[in-house]
Design a binder for this molecule. Structure first.
Ligand SMILES: Nc1ncnc2c1ncn2[C@@H]1O[C@H](COP(=O)(O)OP(=O)(O)OP(=O)(O)O)[C@@H](O)[C@H]1O
Ligand code: NI
Length: 257
């Protein structure tokens, strides 16, 4: 896999289940299991970063916006979790309460939420809390792993617009998803992956009409299969799929971040 994310842009990483999208995100954050073997390189601001360096960047320069509310600690109040994130981001202890309150306010939540525990939050509130935690260290890169499945349409829009806002504030955003239609609402570029390989990269604007601007047949097939395009399946779809299988190795050679 090979891709890069620049400041100010949302890059959507799109691919079928098992393509390796989450693994790529975890690799960038230095979160792969200890027995994982890696090949290739990951660079941050032009410099190669090893696992130790990536772990130092994680939570400060690079933040993960997880999908599941289960990433919140069920036994700790929202306030305690935000203050912990603030301390990890380098905020001196006496200031953490105010920083936590401000972080919630930026997500449209008032200070009464500090006292709540995760089970008392609605789905939308929980996601705002996760966002507040992820942004605590003022990261330059936000990796959002499947932030929208299971959400009501208006919440999907809100989550995507928040990601767009993060990019407009000058951050880079990597949006991992298998919902290309949602990604296209906010993405500048779309990187298509399959079975551990980058297949294609296209500007979001190329996804229009009958896909004539999309060079790769797999990407065009993804676009045409959307409900809005009438679930069209090109005749050669199965053949393309089989070709993808035959040509794939399932590991990443190169990762650029
Ligand atoms: N710790 C692990 N050990 C071995 N194999 C793993 C591990 N984690 C993931 N895999 C495998 O690596 C492949 C890629 O998984 P990954 O979770 O990155 O896919 P994904 O593209 O994020 O899929 P999804 O859209 O379902 O989240 C899958 O075949 C998965 O089973
Ligand atoms: Ni995943």
């Amino acid at each position: 896999m090979s891709l890069d994310v620049r400041a100010g842009e949302v890059v959507a990483l799109v691919g079928a289940s098992g393509a390796g999208k989450s693994l790529l995100g975890h690799a960038v954050l230095g979160l792969l299991p200890p027995n994982a073997t890696e090949q290739g390189r990951i660079a941050w601001r032009g410099e190669d970063v090893d696992v130790a360096a990536r772990c130092r960047l994680a939570g400060r320069e690079v933040a993960l916006l997880p999908q599941a509310l289960s990433h919140l600690d069920p036994t700790a109040s929202v306030g305690a979790q935000l203050r912990r994130a603030a301390r990890l981001a380098g905020v001196p202890r006496p200031a953490t309460r105010q920083v936590a309150t401000d972080a919630l306010a930026r997500q449209g939540l008032d200070a009464s939420v500090l006292r709540l525990h995760p089970h008392q939050l609605s789905g939308g509130m929980g996601r705002r809390v996760l966002t507040a935690i992820a942004l605590m260290g003022d990261p330059a890169l936000v990796i959002a792993d499947e932030p929208t499945p299971g959400l009501a349409p208006e919440s999907v829009t809100a989550v995507l617009q928040r990601l767009r806002g993060m990019a407009d504030d000058g951050r880079g955003v990597l949006l991992i998803t298998h919902e290309i239609s949602a990604a296209l609402v906010v993405a500048d570029r779309v990187v298509v992956v399959d079975r551990g390989r980058t297949l294609d990269e296209a500007p979001a604007s190329a996804f229009s009409g009958s896909g004539q601007l999309l060079a790769h047949p797999y990407t065009r097939a993804l676009w045409l299969a959307l409900p809005a395009n009438g679930f069209r399946m090109p005749d050669d779809h199965t053949r393309v799929g089989a070709g993808m299988l035959a040509g794939s190795g399932g590991s990443f050679d190169a990762v650029g971040a």
